[in-house]
Design a protein around this ligand. Sequence first.
Ligand SMILES: [Zn+2]
Length: 91
Amino acid sequence: MNSSMIGKIEKAHRYAHEPERVKFTTLDATISGDNDDYHVSLTPEGWKCSCHTFQSHILETCSHVMALQLVLGKMLNDDVRYSTQGDADPL
Ligand SMILES: [Zn+2]
């Protein structure tokens, strides 16, 4: 392996330990809830989930969206990151 590739691999490992370098702009995921699987997506308009709670638009979030927000943490921009601020306090 040449030295240029070794340098790139070392840099990749350093980046991987600094997840705040990554910002997801869109995302599609399936999350296995206790009773069913749900499709969660992050779009330019914000989060979406296929579950009943999210579709009812009462909370504008749900346990599946919040779970992904917690998993992704700093890899999300401020406006789509997990927050306990506001009316829909999940705690
Ligand atoms: Zn949901």
